[in-house]
Design a protein around this ligand. Structure first.
Ligand SMILES: [Mn+2]
Length: 317
């Protein structure tokens, strides 16, 4: 049987986009949980590109509000280059983070390789603060502002990000799972009419209708490559407690799996980011187990069972 997908796996041990240590252990935790074998057992051909190596730049902008810009900028340049070459070699790219600032490089590299992408952002947070609207200065709350063309005039040129030019439109973004959105972000979403489905929409319509509407909102023709950026804090903290900014009332295990199954079924998933697993917070065993189950659904596992044509019915005699 041919492989279901040719998957390029990339570890992105990044933590400087947010204040806590621990997100740099995400790739190791997923590897220890057997993620490579899990993907292979589904029939996929897996190419493991290893983990990127990032440098921490000392005295990285200590006087300014924005934290670690040169460190995060340099790391994301590496991520962009790596994702670009994985996508160019026609592999479905799984990037294992790492804090969510990684999506800046991941989307950038993806968009360079495939200029027509849409971005499905599954997260409790909108992560579209600009360096000026952010109250925390943590870049993991800003990646979408750096890559969106319409926001270029609102994002100051910071040292470390000279390489990062805007490469998607805000019209290519759709959110699912929002429940903690800053005022500046809400203003950006309203002003530019960015498609978004909050937990209130999930409660009202159910996850089935939300995912249908979300995909139609960014890609009515159903033809464009999909960048899925999945923050584990989109899920309820009961099932993903090990994350830096948990918000109660999140997506259930079933809702999370449903999103993944539908996206996998489109056949258009092109890059999948899994972000914000922090092994030093809460019960990381539970979190990693949840993440592995979610990732499996992106790469072919169906809850209704996978049909293997080679599995013939056994005859009685
Ligand atoms: Mn996020």
């Amino acid at each position: 049987m041919p492989p279901v997908f040719k998957v390029g796996v990339l570890g992105v041990p990044l933590s400087k986009g947010q204040p806590r240590d621990g997100t740099e252990n995400g790739p190791k935790a997923l590897r220890n949980a057997g993620i490579i074998k899990v993907l292979e057992d589904l029939g996929n051909q897996v190419i493991d590109h290893g983990d990127l190596q990032f440098e921490t730049i000392e005295n990285d902008n200590p006087k300014d509000k924005i934290k670690n810009p040169k460190t995060v900028g340099a790391a994301n340049k590496k991520i962009s280059d790596a994702v670009y070459s994985i996508v160019k070699s026609e592999q479905l790219c799984l990037t294992m983070g790492g804090d969510h600032s990684m999506a800046m490089g991941s989307i950038h590299g993806h968009a360079l390789a495939e200029p027509n992408i849409v971005v499905v952002w599954v997260d409790a947070h909108a992560d579209i603060n600009t360096p000026l609207t952010s109250s925390s200065g943590n870049i993991h709350g800003m990646p979408l502002s750096f890559v969106s063309k319409e926001l270029e005039a609102y994002v100051p040129k910071l040292k470390g990000f000279e390489w990062c030019f805007p490469c998607i439109s805000v019209k290519d973004i759709v959110y699912i799972g929002l429940r903690d959105v800053d005022e500046g972000e809400r203003c950006i979403i309203e002003h530019f009419g960015i498609a978004h489905y909050s937990m209130q929409d999930v409660d009202r319509m159910g996850i089935g209708e939300v995912v249908d509407k979300a995909l139609k909102a960014v890609d009515p023709t159903g033809t464009r490559p999909i960048h899925l950026s999945f923050d584990v804090d989109a899920l309820d903290p009961a099932i993903t407690p090990s994350t830096g900014t948990p918000v109660a009332g999140g997506l259930s295990f079933r809702e999370g799996q449903y999103i993944m199954e539908v996206l996998a079924n489109t056949g258009r998933l092109s890059v999948v980011d899994i972000a914000e697993i922090n092994t030093t917070v809460g019960n990381s065993d539970v979190t990693v187990k949840t993440a592995v189950e979610i990732v499996k659904k992106c790469f072919g596992q169906k809850r209704g069972g996978n049909f293997l044509p080679s599995y013939g019915l056994p005859k009685a005699n």
